[in-house]
Design a protein around this ligand. Structure first.
Ligand code: GDP
Ligand code: CA
Length: 322
């Protein structure tokens, strides 16, 4: 079975880890490709950071800080303290020592002329994530935020991490996206997939950004495989974090059915063949079915490895249903 996921950071990575656990436990032979959002990528202290690629790599490779959901376990910040002493630290962003090594390695590989895909493959040779991890594009695409009442653009990471998304965003601008092309292998993987999963990642700045790379949305629409999505919204709230602020900006309500309708049914030019909502949102199932989106209500909380594996099994079962 060929499975492709379009994923952001924490939600996407936890779901993917559950999927791999489920595949092993059920003895299913599968080829899993993760197409990761790189719209959060940013230069910092001269280094190229790719937050979502790293969250995926650390989570699947066993190096993640579990409670936090991002960054390395057993992390320290001696280098960041030294940068602060020089007055060149970035106060609002955590750069741990172990994490810095990843950024240094990546930046070195890029400066030697490697593409981001090639650099990612090199980093994954160490972490062995058990999936083919592809950036959505080798060209830089950076999400910027136009703050309400301002003409200025701010990098998404600064809005998200420093401002905690408390200042309303008027608009998201994906710099570079028009000229970007999908990284090698991305379109073929989607077209040839048996199942494409939209995991519970941020629908606007993670999955939305990936779909914005020219060619990717069409590849999902046209794949011969089944496309199944998992709601990142439970009971009218983003489960963890501040995704509601992003949905508000693009005029989509923070609810499991509004996000599904935003992706749209494939039968009517959209992306979804099927959708999963949380069991507490079961009341939404008939309405979505009427809108052309077959839907099931199951537990959507990625609490631990067992619940994540069960959710992944439910997503695959949903994809197989006609
Ligand atoms: P980021 O790049 O780290 O922000 O991560 P993603 O884009 O992959 O996903 C973040 C989104 O995942 C959050 O905004 C939530 O809406 C969703 N999410 C996080 N934890 C869970 C969970 O346990 N269950 C579900 N269904 N969604 C979750
Ligand atoms: Ca992210």
């Amino acid at each position: 079975m060929r499975i492709v996921l379009l994923a952001g950071g924490v939600g996407g990575a936890r779901f993917t880890r559950g999927l791999l656990d489920h595949l092993v436990a059920s003895g299913t032979a599968a080829d899993v490709t993760v197409v990761a959002n790189t719209g959060d990528d940013i230069w910092m202290n001269g280094l190229r950071l790719c937050p979502d690629l790293d969250t995926m790599m650390y989570t699947l490779g066993g190096g993640i800080h579990e409670e936090q959901g991002w960054g390395r376990a057993d992390e320290s910040r001696r280098v960041a303290d030294e940068l602060d002493a020089y007055g060149v630290g970035v106060a609002w962003f955590t750069l741990g020592d172990l994490d810095l090594a990843t950024h240094i390695a990546r930046t070195q590989l890029l400066r030697e002329g490697n593409s981001l895909s090639a650099a990612t493959a090199r980093l994954c040779a160490r972490w062995k994530p058990g999936v083919r991890l592809l950036p959505m594009s080798d060209e830089p695409v950076e999400t910027h935020v136009r703050l309400a009442g301002s003409d200025q653009l701010m990098h998404f990471e600064e809005w998200w991490v420093r401002l905690r998304a408390t200042v309303p965003a008027q608009e998201f601008v994906q710099s570079g996206v028009e000229d970007a092309s999908p990284a090698p292998g991305v379109l073929d993987a989607i077209r040839d997939a048996d199942v494409v999963v939209l995991p519970p990642s941020n629908p606007v700045v993670s999955i939305g950004t990936i779909l914005g790379v020219p060619g990717i949305r069409d590849a999902v629409r046209e794949t011969s495989g089944r496309v199944v999505g998992v709601s990142p919204i439970i009971g009218g709230a983003a489960v963890r974090g501040m995704a509601a602020a992003c949905l508000t900006t693009i005029g989509v309500a923070t609810s499991a059915d509004a996000v599904a309708v935003h992706y749209g049914p494939r039968s009517r030019g959209g992306l979804l063949d099927a959708w999963l909502v949380d069991e507490t949102d079961a009341v939404l199932v008939p309405g979505l079915a009427a809108d052309g989106i077959p839907c099931r209500a199951v537990p959507l909380w990625l609490r631990d490895t067992a619940s994540s594996a069960r959710l992944a099994a439910d997503a695959l079962a949903m994809a197989e249903r006609d």
